[in-house]
Design a protein around this ligand. Structure first.
Ligand SMILES: NC(=O)C1=CN([C@@H]2O[C@H](COP(=O)(O)OP(=O)(O)OC[C@H]3O[C@@H](n4cnc5c(N)ncnc54)[C@H](O)[C@@H]3O)[C@@H](O)[C@H]2O)C=CC1
Ligand SMILES: O=C(CO)COP(=O)(O)O
Length: 363
């Protein structure tokens, strides 16, 4: 496991509690020492005792030696630099799993794309994990589900077999684009929710933004090649709900501070942990512009971050977008997915027939 922040450490615990032998790589030797000696990571997971099957080192070579699966949970903007050191040390045939929920500034690449490019490995050896996975809740062993996705189903399955235990269940799919973008985009909507929370608006405003936000997420992801149904699953709607309603979410928290009137610089200074949404706004809007998808909520988050929009005005498009009443277009009836429900029903029936009456494995 590369990264001993809140998610890397929690995922290491998930794997070790499922029976795997886990070596964590920590950038800071003092964190590696604390994990190995006391089975604690008090900066990131206060009050949590880590399993004995989990140890840590700050020696990257030792951490990667003979590893069949390498999980990565560092801040997205540091991934490329970190992988430079990993490349010569990766065991032949090792599967690399991204736990991250950001896109790279400048290139706009998803984390799995950065992994393929930087390590020069086949996409079939890369998987991503996503879903409603607030680290501290899982570290407290509260029952949770996630999705593991890879272009090769067997790769996703091998990871899902490792990432399962009595409190954690992994489903699989092969829609890497949808699974990754679900995690990236829900962060941006969670920032918007935090902002209106900070302003003092109530549940109607938040439910309106979550619902319209899901349409924005689906439009964007489908235009980038995702399957619409992935955005209705754990990696889309599931994660959107968890992140938008939890004070544990760092993106939500960052938004709340903005809504309370703190500047972007002040918020960045206050955040002790990674809030990926803050760095993803600009590259996501650039990608949206390239494919001609409108993202009014994300656009307004950017304006608040830039200091050009008063947080109290963040949702005017919900009420004053147009003089003409508009039809409510949901993710399910967007052009990209028209007939989606019917097609899905047929596909489910077909999959069940193919599986001898059992439902197909997957989220
Ligand atoms: N915390 C959570 O609940 C979840 C987080 N994620 C994703 O996991 C990824 C990692 O996030 P967290 O662990 O939560 O962040 P965190 O802020 O808790 O920890 C980040 C870790 O990366 C290390 N780090 C910082 N700069 C680095 C660098 N240049 N090179 C190497 N390591 C560096 C930090 O020392 C720390 O150990 C993010 O993409 C996040 O979106 C995904 C699901 C859940
Ligand atoms: O991705 C997460 C939950 O699934 C964590 O969200 P935050 O990064 O906003 O804390």
């Amino acid at each position: 496991m590369l990264g001993t922040g809140s998610w890397g450490t929690t995922f290491g615990k998930i794997l070790a509690d499922g029976g795997a032998s886990v070596t964590m790589w920590a950038r800071r030797p003092e964190i590696a020492a604390e994990i190995s000696r006391t089975h604690r990571n008090s900066d990131y997971l206060p009050g949590i005792t880590l399993p004995v099957g989990l140890s840590a080192t700050s020696d990257l070579k030792a951490a990667l030696a003979g590893a069949s699966h390498v999980f990565v949970a560092v801040p997205s903007q540091t991934l490329r630099d970190n992988l430079e050191a990993v490349r010569p040390l990766l065991a032949p045939g090792a599967v690399v799993v991204s736990l991250m929920k950001g896109v790279e500034k400048g290139s706009g690449l998803r984390m799995s794309e950065v992994i393929v490019e930087s390590l020069g490995i086949d996409p079939d050896r890369v998987a991503v994990a996503s879903g409603p996975n607030l680290a501290l809740e899982i570290a407290r062993e509260q029952p949770t589900a996630a999705v593991i996705s890879s272009s090769r189903l067997e790769t996703a399955q091998s990871v899902a077999m490792l990432a399962r235990n009595r409190y954690f269940r992994s489903f699989v799919n092969t829609d890497v684009i949808g699974t990754e973008f679900g995690g990236v985009l829900k962060n941006l909507i969670a920032v918007a929710i935090g902002i209106v929370d900070g302003v003092g608006y109530g549940e109607n405003t938040k439910a309106s933004i979550i619902t319209r936000g899901l349409v924005e997420m689906t439009d964007f992801a489908v235009a980038r090649g995702a399957k619409a149904e992935t955005l209705s699953g754990l990696a889309g709607l599931g994660d959107l709900i968890a992140t938008c309603q939890s004070p544990l979410s760092r993106n939500n928290t960052a938004g709340r501070l903005l809504g309370q009137g703190y500047s972007f610089q002040a918020v960045v200074k206050q955040m002790q942990q990674t809030a990926e949404g803050l760095a993803s706004v600009a590259p996501v809007l650039e990608l949206a512009r390239e494919i001609g998808v409108e993202m009014p909520i994300v656009q307004q988050v950017k304006q608040v971050l830039d200091g050009t929009l008063d947080p109290r005005d963040i949702a005017p498009h919900l009420t004053t977008d147009s003089d003409e009443p508009q039809g409510e277009r949901t993710g399910d009836d967007s052009e990209a997915t028209s007939g989606g429900s019917l097609r899905r029903a047929f596909k489910r029936a077909f999959d069940q027939l193919r599986n001898g009456g059992r439902s197909a494995l997957g989220d």
